[in-house]
Design a protein around this ligand. Sequence first.
Ligand code: ADP
Length: 552
Amino acid sequence: MTDIEIAQNVKMNKITQIADQLGLSEDDIEQYGSYKAKIKLPLRVNKETKRKLILVTSINPTPAGEGKSTVTIGLGDALSLLKKRAIVALREPSLGPVMGMKGGATGGGYAQVVPMEDINLHFTGDMHALTAANNTLAALIDNHMQQGNALGIDERRIVWKRTLDINDRALRNVVIGLGGPTQGVPREDGFDITVASELMAILCLAKNLHDLKARINRIVIGYTRDRQPVTVADLKVGGAIAALLKDAIKPNLVQTLGHTPAIIHGGPFANIAHGCNSVLATQTALNLADYTITEAGFGADLGAEKFLDIKVPVLKKRPDTIVIVATVKALKLNGGQNLADLAEEDLSALEKGISNLLHHIKSMQQYGVPVVVAINRFTQDTEQEINYIKETCAKLGVQAIDTDVWAKGGNGALDLAKVVLKTVEQPSQFKILYDQDSDLTDKIKTIVTKIYGGAHVSYSKKASNQLKRFKKLGWDKLPVCMAKTQYSLSDDAKLLGAPHDFTIHVKSFVPKLGAGFIVAMTGNVLTMPGLPKHPAAMDIDINDDGKISGLF
Ligand code: ADP
């Protein structure tokens, strides 16, 4: 059966029942139909919970993903089966990958969140609200130019782009305002995918509406001719943009196939942004259940590093356990086996490729949080391969637990859940990776040497000039958000395994003052993806009764 068929065959509980499990009444939620709701904030219930936070991350992924969401959901269901009060906190899918290549972000097999069609398609409209808010700001900027440009914005230095939540490469670079004086000021512009909008990162880091508006006001939309930043506050439209996000800021409540409550909210890119669900969603989850299981995008070098260094300081809660998801096939790929042969047993490729997992274990251990490995089992994996991973991890004193949530749901992660229940109770000392007040370049050097295993950082002429300007503007001590390929620890997607002595090349910086970080661009990071030759959209259909098929 396909994921969507499995999801459609399970009888969901009414969302009021899921809310009730968390101690939320009908007055505490806003229902979107029978199976989805938004949670009203601030929470009116004041519950005593254990507030244990479990962060799920992974090794460097293959193009298909390694099953972080699937394991996160399966672990949530396993904890529920063990009669623990658990909640899953995930990111919202973007229509880009749903219609394009990777697929959705609702888990897989018997470890899914439902209603999967709704979550993957329009859900509660958060993405559309973000798109509208983003483009309202774009329209207001162009209107300001048209109406006399009192702020003296340089039309060549406007950095605020338009967005769309669809992969559309034809819109990456466009010219707007053509047609004469009444049609606006002609200039080059471009579209990003909505999840790459700074507004998405802001929504995910905002502590409340007040903070949301303050952050929106700090967004730098462009520069004047003498290179002074122009912000949303200068345009006096922060209130309007925040108003458009009044519902999008509220966390969405749904359920897993095992009826564990799941909060799905926010989904920023894990390269150009920090790749984690919203602070408000995680906080809400911690306040409603004893065990919150959440995930961060891509591998531990990107998503988990940003969770720990960017999200944790805002959330003011560090994880109590980090689960690193590894798959036999991705480790073999890291060890040099061809993509087409991954179904074949290959212990020598596994022996080489396991260096990638061992690297991520050591880099995560630096934070002083207990680390466990979840082996996400695929049907083709052999016992020898699984055992090899377990034994190698055991030599580092780390438990690697075989999980089979895709085939068995929560029952496939009972062992993992039992281990996690112990590790979250271990005394641990959270160690921050870098001093928040250190220079940008020091922060980058620390991430490159301690998390990536590299040796040097080089800066292009453009990046060096930007650093000088940041110093003058007082932006040189902000947190850094690394934009790097997810496939390698280095900035070269083909350098697999655990390379060392490499140099990370910073080509440029993108200041995101509203999100509160500076993005360091290494390599070419696409902020508007394209569609593949056979887009997923070609397999999706809806019948006369409204039943959707082909969504994976
Ligand atoms: P990630 O969160 O790491 O990007 P997902 O959990 O979204 O990965 O899984 C990616 C895809 O792989 C999904 O389509 C899911 O159904 C599939 N998948 C995950 N785990 C397994 C497994 N053990 N066996 C088969 N398919 C799996």
